[in-house]
Design a protein around this ligand. Structure first.
Ligand code: GLA
Length: 427
């Protein structure tokens, strides 16, 4: 029976992928590096740093674990030539984009660039508005594998967003080169149409710090139905240290972000100085058991099983719901999380083998014991008669058994700490 369910879910996932942007990519969430929080638009945004980042991706072993994309963010482009073709900043990228792409490819990695659907990027560099065709051709001729398109200097409306992203989607498709298309439109109303436009779509603001991560988790809680193989909700980049070695979040929060991004089937784009990762950070990003949850082929985004808004600042989960045009609500989703004290969440993601990955997240000021009760377990199909084994995915240890009537995790660390478990049915 369980095998049948799993097969049906898998067939469903594959059928959905056929309706997505027709490039055959992103059957699981993208993994790689993004330059933004590492170097922003500083002088470190240059080809030497990008090449060193590609080297580090290989030497740290991260590439072998699936981190394939080396993605430039803002501030690589300088201007347009007399034909309208975009060119790289000669001061910082003197070898040009083709040479850089070749270098990245020579390491067995994939190469990404950044642009904007408006006239200019957020950093004031050339945007792709009315240049979609020529830009897509340039990208393909350089050997680009991934394009992130931002939304600065463009109207923040459904109509212009859908139309401009549609133009770039068509231009990329017309090149014949499979190029991952990453929409960066900062709004949850991209989710219902995301599949038709790109391989992932930003659902909210830049995460920037722990508060931003919490906001984006809250927004993502209701967008699970829209994600699947071929197209994913994107709650933004993985935060860590910068090239100046300043951490944006604590070690515990970094680990919690990684666990949550795995359960939410989010792109795993490390946006920190991967040339100088701490042992702890490298261990975090190298956790193969957590990566396996993120990359699980069934491609189901996890659900908030228990708890509400995590910020405790009174921001309601539904803040922006009204902005989603009614006619776009094609799929319904009526699961309501069970109750937990403020600033605590339990999330769960169903996996292809029938098991569930669970994250117990504590954003409060004190360490707490957290219980997934029968109501919390309801969407999983686990009940009092179901026994399961429990594995801690950070301790890499089997820690016991439980049933679906309730399961308690003791002392989940405060201030953004978490525990991540995998539950597997006992026959
Ligand atoms: C916006 C995007 C970020 C980053 C910057 C670059 O803020 O949301 O992810 O690309 O622009 O300027």
């Amino acid at each position: 029976m369980r095998m049948l369910l799993v097969t049906l879910l898998l067939v469903g996932s594959l059928t959905r992928s056929a309706m997505s942007l027709d490039n055959g990519l992103a059957l699981t969430p993208a993994m790689g590096y993004n330059s933004w929080y590492d170097v922003t638009c500083s002088g470190d945004m240059n080809e030497k740093i990008i090449m060193a980042s590609a080297d580090a991706m290989v030497s740290t072993g991260l590439a072998k674990l699936g981190y394939k994309y080396i993605n430039l963010d803002d501030c690589w482009a300088k201007g347009r030539d007399s034909t309208g073709a975009v060119y790289a900043d000669n001061a910082t990228f003197p070898s040009g984009m083709k040479a850089l792409a070749d270098y990245v490819h020579s390491k067995g990695l994939l190469f990404g660039v950044y642009t904007d659907r408006g006239t200019n990027t957020c950093g004031g560099r050339p945007g792709s508005q009315d240049h979609e065709t020529i830009d897509a051709k340039s990208y393909a001729s350089w050997g680009v594998d991934y394009v992130k398109e931002d939304s600065c200097h463009a109207p923040n409306t459904h109509g212009s967003g859908y139309a401009q992203y549609g133009k770039m989607r068509d231009a990329l498709n017309a090149t014949g080169r499979p190029i991952y298309f990453s929409l960066c439109g900062w709004n949850e109303w991209y989710a219902p149409v995301g599949y038709s436009l790109g391989n992932s779509w930003r659902i909210s603001r830049d995460d920037t710090n722990w508060g931003g991560i919490i906001t984006n988790i809250n927004v993502n809680a209701k967008l699970a139905p829209y994600a699947g193989p071929g197209g994913w909700n994107d709650p933004c980049l993985l935060l860590g240290n910068t090239s100046a070695n300043k951490p944006r979040i604590t070690d515990l929060q970094q680990r919690s972000q990684f666990s949550m991004w795995a359960v939410m089937a989010s792109p795993l784009l490390i946006s920190s100085n991967i040339r100088k990762l701490s042992t702890y950070a490298l261990e975090t990003y190298s956790n193969e058991e957590v990566i396996a949850v993120n990359q699980d082929k069934i491609g189901r985004q996890g659900l908030r099983l228990a708890g509400g808004d995590l910020s405790g600042e009174g921001v309601k989960q539904s803040t922006q719901t009204d902005e989603i045009p009614k006619h776009l609500h094609k799929r319904t989703f009526d699961h309501l999380p069970s109750e937990l004290p403020a600033q605590q969440n339990i999330w769960g993601r169903q996996l292809l083998d029938g098991g569930w990955a669970l994250v117990f997240l504590n954003n409060g000021k004190d360490d707490v014991d957290m219980t997934c009760d029968a109501a919390c377990f309801a969407p999983t199909g686990f009940d009092a008669s179901t026994s399961f084994t429990v594995r801690d995915l950070w301790l890499h240890k089997d820690i016991g058994t439980g049933t679906g009537s309730n399961y308690t995790v003791s002392k989940v660390p405060a201030n953004g700490g978490s525990v991540m478990l995998k539950l597997s049915f006992l026959p």
